[in-house]
Design a protein around this ligand. Structure first.
Ligand code: ASP
Length: 327
């Protein structure tokens, strides 16, 4: 069979996600949004669009949905704020853009793309990054937009566990009991990421996250760091990661996978398994990755009990999975 002309793989975070933990309603809600995001990306690719646009379109769906830890629905810092990180990379040109610690831009992945396309830089942080996004005309939202009740409860739980004070609830926060009930607490983390290969043979990767519940002191994880949580090169593959960011940074996870494909000639599945199941596991880190190659290989690997994920390709039906025992 010849390679599909386009393909897309996405994740909505890895973590403690056991079959017994999710109600049928929760399971269905997560799968529904994963499918919607994959179809949004696939629509771009099917129409002959470029991988970067597919990545951005699919991530918008996940950022805008409160179930996932990115954009609306992001986890809270110890101070009760939301600080968002995102990165995007174009495998055709090796151009990349990223933002870290942004608090107002509605879609951090688009801010990252603007950094790549409209600035001479790769990574902008904090107030400067928000100001840049605003200057670019990107939609800016009040912090209350990001507030999701169950994330607040997760913060209270985590701070209580750590014996730390609980900050005042943000002004304008509204209590959405339905959302709080639907969402599953998969641990302190979560992230969303998309990798795509377009019909022109180019790959791209993007990752967006709120980071880790109760993070402090300007903590930045792997997601916005090129080579750690996000990487793309037409010479090897596109990769997006999710998991213990500090371990992903120390192992340069995304770039390590690309190097195994490019320099050692490993298949994509062998490369992602080597870095996640062997290297990350040996160091004591938990998480997972998704990846695609310019020749149409798709892969995922994770060493947690679950990872929200989906894949679709030209002529290949959409597959949505959550637990380890699924394909
Ligand atoms: N990797 C993310 C971070 O460390 C969190 C996650 O993917 O669960 O910020």
């Amino acid at each position: 069979m010849s390679a599909p002309t386009w393909s897309l793989v996405l994740h909505g975070g890895s973590g403690v996600i056991d079959r017994a933990d999710l109600t049928p309603e929760q399971d269905e809600a997560y799968r529904g949004v994963l499918a919607q995001a994959a179809q949004a990306g696939a629509a771009v690719l099917r129409g002959g669009g470029v991988a970067l646009d597919a990545v951005e379109a699919a991530i918008h769906v996940l950022e805008d949905d409160p179930l996932f830890n990115a954009g609306r629905g992001a986890v809270f810092t110890a101070e009760g704020c939301v600080e968002l990180d995102a990165a995007i990379m174009d495998g055709a040109t090796l151009e990349a853009g990223a933002v870290a610690g942004v608090t107002h831009v509605k879609n951090p992945i688009t801010a990252a793309r603007r950094v790549m396309e409209a600035s001479p830089h790769v990574l902008l942080i904090g107030r400067g990054a928000d100001a840049f996004a605003q200057g670019q005309g990107l939609e800016s939202v009040p912090t209350g937009y990001f507030f999701v009740e169950r994330r607040w409860r997760a913060l209270e739980k985590q701070l209580t566990r750590e014996g730390k004070p609980i900050p005042a609830r943000p002004a304008g926060a509204d209590t959405d009991e339905r959302q709080a009930a639907l969402a599953h607490d998969e641990g302190k983390r979560g992230t969303v990421g998309v990798v795509a290969r377009d019909s022109h043979g180019h790959v791209a990767a993007g990752t967006s996250t709120g980071g880790v519940t109760a993070k402090s002191w300007g903590r930045v994880g792997d997601s916005p760091l090129i080579g750690a949580g996000t990487y793309a090169s037409d010479k090897s593959c596109a990769v997006s990661g999710t998991g213990d960011g500090e371990y992903f940074i120390r192992l340069s996870v995304a770039r390590a996978i690309a190097a195994l494909v490019e320099l050692k000639g490993l298949s994509l599945q062998a490369a992602v398994d080597e870095v996640i199941q062997t290297d990350l596991e040996a160091l004591g880190g938990k998480g997972g990755v998704i990846a695609v190659t310019p020749d149409g290989q798709m892969a995922w690997s994770f060493n947690t009990s679950g990872m929200y994920r989906a894949r679709i390709a030209d002529g290949v039906e959409l597959e949505v999975a959550i637990y380890k025992d699924e394909a």
